[in-house]
Design a protein around this ligand. Structure first.
Ligand code: SPV
Ligand code: MN
Length: 620
């Protein structure tokens, strides 16, 4: 391939040629010709190249340094503060159909539209070409990924969130076995924010394992390796019989016992995912995305696809999140986004101190009482404001974060949110029943989400937003994965949000109790009570965990409130699930049987006890 020296310069051409990969060269050539940047810079894994990205983000005014050394702030546009579900589409060939939960577009039409939008979009701008590795380097789990972008913020974020991959591309030995992502922020305003939000598009082309994203900067839309790669990897996992999940990975480490027991966990937003990954005294591997594969020993192993956290900053304060608070307020490489900044200091909602009455935020210059074009008052910092930091910067970082073999998965957690149905912890009766628990996950909307509060949303495996295949196929892959293992992880569900009237029945810190109960179950250290919906803990075990961990009492009245089986409400949920899955194509037979069996167990228990709400003591 002959690259234009005037646009690339000698050194960048050399960096590309050194990879010895014709597919990389073809992709670069194609999009340089289409997007017409005035300059192209190739970023290798060297410190010098990574430092260049950091500086470019500042020079371009996409990031501004803050007072604390290494910290910068980035702002996304006022209307570009979250994932754009409406304009995120899977491109599918004519005649193909996917479940109604998937937003699709005709592939030919979508490609034509996106190529039109990309045409000349980088004129007078620099295209940055970066190489990353999804998963640890030198690992059978991992997928090399190529990112083309005109945003130094996007490329810089990726150097924090993902492992370097230039070396991995060399190791490909010329193969096309990699993902690629093409991003442009499009035309920018004086605050360096995308102007053409009405033409914001995120198009997934599964066939060629590539994603296009234009006219957006918010990382959930623009950072190719995060939620865009997740969709491509779900498709691959399904073809290759492994699992790609929207899951945390963490190590439970009971005091006085010389062992670490690893869990993965899927939680819809606002169901306690990050706080579960960060339970005090335990170890974090990852907080968002996991690849899970079978190893030669017949066990499941997981890696964190990422090496950093793009975490919600709201409510991070010294009382509730001392570890994260300390990490994000001390010198290190860190990007905060969509917070309020005044004189070089960032402020966010729920940080444990009062916020200034003016500064700069996601609306530009801001002062108390400022309204937007629709007359709505603009809050000081966005509720989806975030921090971007490497996990290795956290004191609780697991030593196996970069282990190419991954960590052995002993348990999988599905975390829902409801005020009146599920007990705080349940263990499934089998792998199939556990898959059923994950697939029927519901979460109630909170004040933090747009729309009405308290509405139950169904979100199978917390992965619904990212599925690119029918629910039946996805669930079948889970069922088959379990069958292929010789040592099957236990499956649990959590619900940290059970209420008595308006009052939560559990404290925020109680999740540690449930984690250590799960940990003990893995090692056969606790008995359990079998109920129609799964195994629950014995009163004495919860009592002793509260006493040992928190030196706190635990009454049997509270135990009854937490662990009663609410048959009517559970049957109501089964009706909702039957309707949803009844409309899906090709649901696995064993999944449908699980639904029927669950209903029968609940009905017969209800009849046997002649009441709707059954105390855990009635099952002993
Ligand atoms: C999520 O919403 O699940 C996130 C943040 O992890 S985003 O990058 O927007 O997807
Ligand atoms: Mn996520």
């Amino acid at each position: 391939m002959d690259f234009d020296i005037a646009v690339f310069g000698d050194l960048n051409i050399k960096k590309l040629k050194d990879l010895g990969n014709p597919f990389v060269e073809q992709i670069v050539d194609k999009y340089v010709k289409l997007c017409t940047p005035s300059k192209v810079t190739v970023i290798t894994d060297s410190d010098e190249d990574i430092a260049y990205l950091k500086q470019r983000a500042i020079d371009n005014k996409e990031e501004t340094p803050l007072d604390t050394a290494g910290h910068t702030v980035h702002f996304d546009g006022y209307y570009d503060q979250a994932r754009d579900k409406e304009n995120t589409k899977i491109l599918i060939p004519k005649g193909e159909k996917l479940s109604k939960y998937m937003n699709t577009a005709d592939r030919d039409d979508g490609l034509e539209e996106i190529m039109g939008l990309l045409d000349g979009i980088m004129a007078d701008r620099e295209m940055l070409i970066s190489f990353f590795c999804l998963g640890p380097v030198n690992s059978r789990f991992s997928i090399p990924s190529l990112q083309l972008t005109d945003s130094a913020y996007v490329a810089h974020s990726e150097t924090i969130l993902y492992r370097p991959g230039y070396g991995e591309f060399k190791n490909l030995n010329g193969s096309d076995n990699f993902f690629h992502f093409i991003h442009s922020s499009g035309e920018l305003d004086e605050n360096k924010n995308s102007i053409n939000i009405d033409k914001r598009r995120v198009y997934m082309d599964i066939e060629e394992e590539r994603v296009f994203t234009v006219n957006t900067q918010y990382a959930g839309n623009s950072v190719g390796l995060k939620k865009l790669a997740l969709r491509l990897a779900i498709n691959r996992a399904n073809r290759e019989d492994w699992l790609c999940e929207h899951m945390l990975v963490m190590g439970a480490k009971p005091e006085g016992k010389d062992r670490i027991t690893y869990f993965t966990g899927a939680f819809p937003s606002a169901c306690g995912k990050t706080s579960t990954a960060m339970i005090p005294g335990q170890l974090i591997v990852g907080d968002d995305i996991a690849y899970i594969r079978k190893a030669d020993d017949g066990k499941a192993y997981a890696v964190n696809v990422e090496q950093g956290i793009f975490g919600i900053i709201e409510n991070v304060n010294p009382i509730d999140d001392p570890l994260i608070y300390r990490t994000i307020t001390t010198p290190r490489e860190l990007i905060v986004s969509n917070v309020l900044v005044r004189e070089g200091v960032p402020y966010w909602l729920g940080m444990g101190k009062s916020l200034p009455a003016d500064g700069v935020n996601f609306s530009g210059e801001w002062s108390l009482g400022k309204t937007d074009s629709k007359g709505n008052e603009i809050i000081p910092a966005h509720k989806n404001a975030r921090y971007t930091v490497r996990i290795s910067e956290l004191d609780n970082c697991d030593p196996k974060l970069h282990d190419p073999e991954g960590v052995p998965v002993s348990g999988i957690i599905y975390g829902g949110r409801d005020s009146d149905i599920n007990p705080p912890i349940l263990q499934s009766l089998s792998w199939t029943h556990g898959v059923f628990m994950g697939a029927t996950l519901e979460s109630e909307t909170t004040a933090a989400t747009i729309g009405k509060q308290g509405v139950r949303k169904h979100n199978p495996m917390a992965n619904l937003d990212f599925l690119v295949l029918n629910l039946g196929t996805y669930i079948e892959n889970h069922l088959n994965f379990g069958k292929s293992l010789e040592h099957v992880p236990l499956i649990f569900s959590t619900n940290y949000f059970l209420k008595d009237g308006e009052k939560f029945l559990n404290d925020i810190t109680d999740k540690k109790i449930w984690l250590l109960w799960m940990e003990g179950r893995v090692h056969n250290e606790f008995d359990a009570i079998k109920t129609p919906i799964g195994f629950i803990p014995l009163y004495d075990d919860v009592l002793s965990l509260f006493s040992q961990l928190f030196d706190k009492p635990f009454s049997s009245e509270l135990y009854v409130k937490l662990f009663s089986i609410r048959t009517e409400k559970l049957l109501g949920r089964l009706d909702r699930m039957e309707k949803i899955f009844g409309e899906e194509l090709e649901m696995p037979k064993s999944f449908n049987e699980e639904l029927v069996n669950q209903r029968e167990r609940l009905l017969s228990t209800k009849n046997e006890h002649n009441k709707d709400v059954i105390s855990p003591y009635d099952f002993v």
